[in-house]
Design a protein around this ligand. Structure first.
Ligand code: PEP
Ligand code: MN
Length: 263
């Protein structure tokens, strides 16, 4: 069902004033985690000011260490709903199990399934039963085939609105957090009709690499980007080193304009 052979024309996912997979780039930005009302509202207004239409913020954080900040959970989801109400932005947040998915679908527009849960098949099926679009990140060491099969699980349950997200894969290179597999963009575009976006923040783990890799992703044909942006990256509770400041994010948006028009 995810295959281009089954459906030739590209899927476009419409939510409010956003059309993911259409000509206009879909830029999702915001903090790794929702940390407080002030932090999220500041981030939301910075996203809108820069011209992006989608706001991200994790409420359930799948952290490597159990002692790291785990997220604000339902409180965080409520803040995302409030931010959306105030700014008109479309919201994206990660779900980590069936319980968080149940909660999240009450408050947000797009359910994110993270890299660590790409093959959590029960979660994929639950997301397939939900009426919400799903942002499906590529697994840490997933092949393109495995990733598309994960999308298949969602679509097979009756939900055709899947957005793929390349966020870097595990390799032997320690200088970057992951290795961005940009060839996956045109490759997946050939194999599937689903929209595909790129997350240069988690792919590199380094703020300075976000802009060049964002530009490369757009040149490669990505339908959008997922960018971590924090009002005060030095104080972020999660993923500060890869987060852009609002000013850096606004500059990135400016740099993307002529490029997006050219591809
Ligand atoms: C995130 O988007 O904050 C996140 C945890 O991403 P990933 O699942 O790609 O690591
Ligand atoms: Mn993050």
């Amino acid at each position: 069902l995810a295959s281009r052979e089954v459906k030739e024309e590209s899927t476009v996912i419409k939510i409010k004033d956003v059309a993911i997979g259409a000509k206009e780039l879909s830029i999702i930005a915001g903090p790794c985690a929702v940390e407080s009302r002030d932090q999220l509202m500041e981030a939301a207004y910075a996203v809108r000011r820069a011209g992006a239409k989608l706001l991200r913020g994790g409420a359930f954080k799948p952290r490597t260490s159990p002692y790291s900040f785990q997220g604000m959970e339902e409180e965080g989801l409520k803040l995302l709903a409030e931010a959306s109400e105030l700014t008109g932005l479309v919201t994206v947040s990660e779900v980590v199990d069936e319980e968080s998915l149940e909660l999240a679908q009450k408050y947000i527009d797009i359910l994110q399934i993270g890299t660590r849960n790409m093959q959590n098949f029960r979660l994929l099926k639950a997301a397939g039963k939900s009426g919400k679009p799903v942002l499906l990140k590529r697994g840490l060491s997933a092949t393109v085939e495995e990733w598309l099969m994960a999308a298949e699980y969602i679509i097979a349950e009756g939900n055709p609105n899947v957005i793929l997200c390349e966020r870097g894969i595990r390799t032997y290179e320690p200088y970057t957090r992951n290795t961005l597999d940009l060839s996956a963009v045109p490759l997946v575009k050939g194999l599937s009709h689903l929209p595909i976006i790129v997350d240069p923040s988690h792919a590199t783990g380094k703020r300075d690499l976000v802009l060049p890799m964002a530009m490369a992703a757009v040149a490669a044909g990505a339908d959008g980007l997922l960018i971590e942006m924090h009002p005060d990256p030095a104080r972020a509770l999660c993923d500060g080193p890869q987060s852009l400041s609002p000013g850096e994010f606004a500059r990135l948006m400016e740099r993307l304009k002529p490029l997006a028009a050219a591809v």
